[in-house]
Design a protein around this ligand. Structure first.
Ligand SMILES: CC(C)(COP(=O)(O)OP(=O)(O)OC[C@H]1O[C@@H](n2cnc3c(N)ncnc32)[C@H](O)[C@@H]1OP(=O)(O)O)[C@@H](O)C(=O)NCCC(=O)NCCS
Length: 195
């Protein structure tokens, strides 16, 4: 999946050094909002997750030099009458605020709704995480509610806001913005449901 400055690809064993270096250097930036693999064991667990059918791991890479900038995870994909999943993400500190994640999330949603044929994506965000709320809101997520002491991050149960976007909302935004869905997308959406 390729955008104008970035592309998304699955992680591989060969990424271990670069990925862990970036996540270690970003530890204080990510805390207390998210946790990311910072040691070899957690990186291997992340690769194992990436191989499961209910998980999509995507590295955000810069087109000009292939540097790893951050990641998105679509997790807990549930099929049948739910067709739903959770989204998590983080950017490496040196690459924050450059619009790379905004570009990335639009590719992620395209993949979620056109390729994976999901119906709903949810992201849970702490109320004070203004950057993450701006990213989700900008991509079309709606605030659905508030979940007290929802997730344990950095050893503490933390309140979260629940943000979500439905496939039909995403499609409507694209049609409304005149972006259209390209021929491949239109063809893909005409195919029978997966899962
Ligand atoms: C959330 C995160 C991925 C955003 O990455 P980023 O590099 O700032 O994203 P972008 O540069 O693509 O910007 C996306 C939007 O957020 C806005 N934004 C970025 N930092 C912001 C801040 N501190 N306050 C308010 N808005 C902010 C940008 O202006 C942009 O909005 P726009 O599209 O309306 O211009 C990054 O801050 C991060 O990794 N945070 C720590 C981990 C985390 O919080 N993960 C998510 C847990 S729910």
């Amino acid at each position: 999946m390729t955008g104008s400055r970035i592309y998304l690809r699955p992680p591989a064993h060969a990424d271990e050094g670069e990925f862990l270096g970036l996540m270690r250097a970003s530890r204080s930036f990510h805390r207390p909002w998210a946790s990311a693999p910072t040691d070899e064991d957690r990186f291997r667990a992340y690769l194992a997750d990436a191989g499961r059918p209910d998980f999509e791991a995507m590295l955000v890479c810069r087109s000009e030099d292939h540097a790893i900038l951050g990641f998105f995870n679509i997790s807990q994909i549930v099929r049948r009458s739910l067709q739903s999943a959770y989204l998590g993400y983080a950017v490496g500190k040196p690459y924050a605020g450059h619009g790379y994640m905004r570009e990335g999330i639009s590719l992620v949603l395209r993949r979620a709704f056109l390729t994976l044929r999901l119906h709903r994506i949810e992201v849970n965000i702490q109320p004070g995480n203004h950057a993450s709320i701006a990213l989700a809101r900008g991509a079309g997520f709606r605030r659905e509610g508030f979940s007290p002491r929802y997730l344990k991050i950095g050893g503490r149960w933390r309140d979260h806001e629940r943000w979500a976007i439905l496939a039909e909302e995403w499609r409507h935004r694209h049609e409304y913005a005149g972006n259209g869905l390209d021929r491949a997308g239109a063809l893909e959406s005409a195919l029978p449901e997966r899962g």
